[in-house]
Design a protein around this ligand. Structure first.
Ligand code: MF3
Ligand code: CO
Ligand code: CO
Length: 261
């Protein structure tokens, strides 16, 4: 069932979203060559608890981490392990704190060792283009969000943008309603046709989180039952925001400080 959030619930979602944005920014600062995903996992646990929140991923359907860390060809749901990051690795951090019972869910992808304007030029142009396509496809979806728009409008905008860039969108994993629950209705596909699917209404809260592969869209799940990888071994990038449908458009609940489209 798709729920419409009350004013009080929206207020709580704003606070959870703001905390998620801060958590993501703090964890991204730790991504450097030689640092392990497990170190970030521990930092995420400590940071979240110190902020008076709970890391939702931990033990969620048995997930063994405080956040998802997805490296290179890992599409999503990467389990933090002790294998240190190397310069040039493509790393996605996906954090979801629960604050006062409400979830904020956001993720971003960076290249290890590329932080700072000077070093950004060292990123392979095709990798940079993959990251920017994933990020901007999310914003193409967000731009569609308003009362009366349909989920198909969002999916179509994302899919069209990604395919024009020559990349592919993963079909099996989707955005989702969010609130007291981590994954609520509706399912929010990142592909679709204009005018199809659920009509958005003011007060709905959900995520958009397209996974964009450099090669084919096909994926498989590893034997650990979590780690999702591209079948062809190509790189995959993802960005995620938690959104609120407002009277005349959209509010991005997990917007980062100084984040620009
Ligand atoms: N944060 C992911 C999402 O965006 C879900 C991770 S589920 C977990 O929906 F169990 F792997 F944490
Ligand atoms: Co999500
Ligand atoms: Co997430």
């Amino acid at each position: 069932m798709v729920t419409i959030k009350s004013a009080r619930e929206i207020d709580a979602m704003r606070k959870a979203g703001a905390l998620a944005a801060k958590c993501l920014a703090e964890m991204l600062k730790l991504v450097k060559p030689g640092v392990s995903p497990l170190a970030i996992d521990r930092a995420c646990n400590e940071w979240t608890l110190a902020a008076g929140a709970i890391p939702a991923p931990l033990n969620y359907h048995g997930f063994p981490g405080n956040l998802c860390i997805s490296v290179n060809d890992v599409v999503c749901h990467g389990i933090p392990d002790k294998r240190a990051f190397k310069k040039g690795d493509l790393v996605n951090l996906d954090v979801t704190p629960i604050l006062s019972g409400f979830h904020g869910d956001t993720n971003a992808t960076v290249v290890v060792g590329a932080q700072g304007a000077a070093k950004e030029s060292e990123i392979l142009p095709e990798v940079r283009r993959l990251i920017e396509t994933a990020r901007l496809s999310m914003w193409e979806g967000i731009r569609q969000v308003r009362p009366g728009a349909t989920l198909g409008d969002l999916g179509h905008a994302i899919q069209t943008f990604v395919e024009k860039a020559g990349f592919s969108v993963v079909a099996e994993y989707c955005g989702h309603g969010i609130g007291r629950g981590f994954h609520e209705d509706p399912v929010v596909p990142h592909l679709g046709r204009p005018g199809q699917g659920l009509k958005l209404r003011e007060g709905m809260t959900f995520t958009i989180e397209p996974m964009v592969n450099m090669g084919k869209r096909d994926i498989y799940v590893e034997d650990d039952n979590w780690t999702v990888r591209t079948r062809d071994g190509s790189l995959s990038a993802q960005f995620e925001h938690t959104l609120l449908v407002t009277a005349n458009g959209v509010e991005v609940l997990t917007l980062g400080e100084g984040e620009v489209i």
